[in-house]
Design a protein around this ligand. Sequence first.
Ligand SMILES: [Zn+2]
Length: 414
Amino acid sequence: MKLLTAKFVVPVTSPIIEAGAILIDGGLIRSVGPVRELRAAMPAGTPVDDLGDVALLPGFVNPHTHLELTNYQGVLPRAPLWEWFNALLPMRATPGAAEREIEGVREGARQSLAAGVTLIGDISRRGITALSLRDSPIRRVCFIELISGASLPPSNAVELATIADDADRRFGDDRTRIGITPHAPYTVTPADLQAARRIATDHHWPLTMHLLETVEERDWLHGRAGFLADFLRDRGLACANYQPTDPVAWLSESGIADAATLFAHLNYADQNTIDLLANSQSSVVYCPRAHEFFGHTDHPWRSLLSRGINVCVGTDSLASNVSLSILDELRFLAARYPDIDDMTLLEMGTIRASRSLRLERSAGHLSIDAWADACAIPCVSGKVDDVVDEIINGNEKPVLTWVAGTLASTQAGL
Ligand SMILES: [Zn+2]
């Protein structure tokens, strides 16, 4: 048992506490409140760690990243997605790439922890996250990616179920959750998609999927063959023989929105698609700086929020971004959209993001019985009312990060 005290405790799901503290035992938060109350109630001799002039927050949650692409940071210029993709793929096939990507996963986890991120939703085409992060303290949902007919398994729903089941048995615990991710509408056949949805539901595995990321995908989902149909045919992909007519019909037929699915991007959603998602348990992760990197038009995240959809932010990979910091994403948004209140932004990097991974009971807030996953950010503010503004609009970075009540990153290194 130990007590962490701070100038401000920012639980996110309850009011900010000045001169606050959290009591930690067994990796969980046992109590949250004013220092004097917690000191009076705790057993004599409980160690106290006074953090001083900091805001103590829940660890940030990054629900959409691809850590296996960490070592491609700064290698690829800003470009539309397809050009970027065509430049990336040959690099991933060079000798030694797989080993470099494993090291990239580990480096990405270290950078995430240093940025105060304690929980990630990570997608791996090579399926390497769970094994690569075996010794990392970061919490992770390891999404295993399905592309129908791919040369690398899983290439169909049966393989997906086998691989995910095996990973769950070998690695699944409080720190490592297994999830599944049919890659995108144009790379997964309708039959595989329906099967993936059933597999996720049967096993209670979180499910995520890229959707409506590009103009070309939007046109294809609306029944206009064009660029994407050629792209699929040229590569001999399994969806080359399939042509949807409308995104809403596609969503309804696949049943994919019925599994509390986390949709990544949704850059080009029309009103009917937004209506359908607003009537489901779906979440949407918007990756602001990757969105800008790829040169997309304005993202509809504010209309999604106003429709009550659970919107959160992610970083995507370092092959299209400059950091794995969720706080950097929130600051990027705050600078461009001053009309959005700072607390909503903070929620998009914490509780809304943990909800999107279906871990909202344990992560994304500082509450009794939640995981003791937290970060501390220097805070000079003297007033409770200014703390969130200072976190979101200031320049200070997290200096300490805890997972399960144990320090997982410090500025000086562990
Ligand atoms: Zn992605």
